[in-house]
Every structure is written in C-alpha cells, then in structure tokens.
Design a protein around this ligand. Structure first.
Ligand SMILES: *[C@@H]1O[C@H](CO)[C@@H](O)[C@H](O)[C@H]1NC(C)=O
Length: 283
C-alpha cells in the first residue's frame, strides 16, 4: 500500500477516536431540545420530596456538552443562598460566563447529614436527570461547598470520584460521611487558620486523604500566622496525572469567601478565581 494511504488511514482512525471520545463524554441530553429550563425543580428521593435550583446557560446550545457544577449550601442556609447574593455559586457563576450548568440542591433540615447516604442518592438523581434533559460533558462534573456543603462535597469525593472530575472543599469537616474514600479525585481545599467552628485540623484531614489517594508526594503545607493577613497555597507535586491537589490556608475564621484582611470578601475573594482556575483546567 502506498505510504500516503496509511497516513490517511491513521488520521481517519485518530479523528474517529477523537470523535468517539467526545461522544462518550456527551450525555443523552445532547443533540435534542432541552427538556429542563432554569428554575426550581422537585424530585422524590427515598420517599422524600426534595428541591433543587438549576441554571441553564444563556444561549444554551444542545450540541455543546457543558460543565455541570453543584453548589452546596452551608448549615442553616438553603439552595436560594447559593443561587442568590452577590457571588452566586460561590462566585463561579459570574466567571463561568454561560459555559456551565449550575445546580443548587436543598439539604434536609438545612444541612447535609446524608443519613443512610440519602443525600448522595439525591445528587445521583439530579445528576442523571440533568444529563438526560440537558447536554452535559459527564467528564466535567464538579461539586463545591462551604462548611456543611464542603462536608457534602467531600462525601461525594469519597463515594463518587468516578462521577465527579473535581471537588472544592471550603472549610469542611467529616459531617456527611465518607463512604469508600479510597479513589483519587482532583482536589481543591481551603481552610482558615483561625476557624472557630470547624477547626483547620478537620480540613487538613480531608486534604491528606486526597494527597494520599492522588499519589502526591507528601510535603509540609505552610500556613500563615494569625493576623498575618495572608493566605498560602500549596500545590502538591508528584500527583497522578489528572488528579491535581491543592490546598490554601488563610488567616481568617469560618468564612466561605475570605479576603486577606481576615474577613469575608464576598465577590472580591481570592477564592473565586482560584477555584474557577482549578475547575477550568479540565477540558
Ligand atoms: C454549538 O456547539 C457545538 C459543539 O461545541 C459547536 O460546534 C457549534 O458551533 C455551537 N453552535 C453555536 C451556534 O454556537
């Protein structure tokens, strides 16, 4: 066979492989009219009526597999708190600029006790419902949350590492269980050195689980002193390909979106671009 034929064959195979990979990541909701619109939805899980808010990007394109990002609320808050305010979805929604579908589920009793795994089941149900009704890149599904919502994102990292590309745990602790907990998953963690609600030791424990699972080289992560008005980020080295692991210790109490003045900086927090950059690196 003339050489240029094999080159043609090879490039065809390559394109086919590329095409197949793209198709595999796209969900049943791709290539058809959306059956889900932005707003509040209900679903029954384990006999309980549950709610969640979905935000479909403007100019939704049913041929484009979108990122899917779960924003989980903190204790005594609800889905509306994540969806609203000056920094919706912990500020990611403004940075995503219509490149992602956002979901804010409601916990039970304003928390994520995840009794018997019922909140994991809720999120499984929402994830598959969204993937059937909207075009999702199932390789680009994320969860983040603060406090109780961080604990639940951690729990997802423990038991659903194959369904989620990465999690961001903002001042979390072991409050929602950690079933499994042995799989690698890309991990962003942060915690205040002066956290008086969930001490930073709980954040370090979560981090260390994924440093280990992700095969990163263990190292001492520097933390800023109290009243240093600083944050220090450690990017772990030697982690398995596709499982970056990053940790930020900041000089503040129990806040979701810290600034360097020890207070909540809301939409101006360094956390927002940092988490977005972490999630956006996956394509
Ligand atoms: C819709 O998405 C597909 C796949 O990403 C892209 O090729 C196409 O150009 C998009 N259409 C519009 C109108 O943006």
């Amino acid at each position: 066979m003339p050489r240029h034929h094999s080159i043609v064959t090879l490039s065809t195979l390559f394109l086919l492989a590329l095409f197949t990979t793209t198709i595999q990541a796209a969900t049943a909701g791709c290539g058809k009219a959306a059956t889900i619109t932005s707003g509040t939805k209900s679903v029954t899980v384990n006999g309980k009526n549950r709610q969640y808010i979905v935000r479909v990007p403007n100019n939704y394109n049913s041929s484009h597999p979108y990122r899917l990002i779960f924003g989980l609320h903190w204790r005594d808050a609800d889905m509306g708190a994540v969806d609203g305010g000056s920094a919706p979805y912990y500020g990611l929604k403004n940075l995503a600029k219509d490149s992602a579908i956002f979901v804010a589920p409601n916990g039970l009793n304003k928390g994520w006790a995840n009794s018997g795994g019922e909140d994991i089941t809720l999120i499984d149900t929402i994830r598959t419902t969204i993937a059937d009704g909207l075009c999702v890149n199932e390789k680009l599904v994320f969860s983040l949350g603060f406090s109780y919502g961080a604990a639940m994102s951690y729990s997802l990292g423990c038991s659903r590492a194959k369904d989620f590309r990465a999690i961001a745990v903002l001042s979390g602790a072991l409050l929602s269980g950690c079933s499994g907990g042995n799989d690698p998953i890309a991990f962003y963690g942060q915690h205040g050195v002066r956290d008086s609600v969930l001490p930073i030791a709980s954040g370090r424990d979560i981090r260390d689980r994924f440093v280990k699972n992700n095969g990163c080289t263990s190292q001492t992560a520097q933390e800023p002193g109290r009243n240093s008005n600083k944050h220090i980020t450690t990017v772990y080295q030697g982690c398995k390909t596709d499982y970056p692991t990053q940790w930020t210790a900041f000089d503040a109490d129990h806040v979701a979106l810290p600034g360097d003045n020890g207070a909540d900086a809301g939409a101006n927090s360094f956390t927002i671009p940092a988490v977005w950059k972490f999630f956006e690196q996956f394509t």
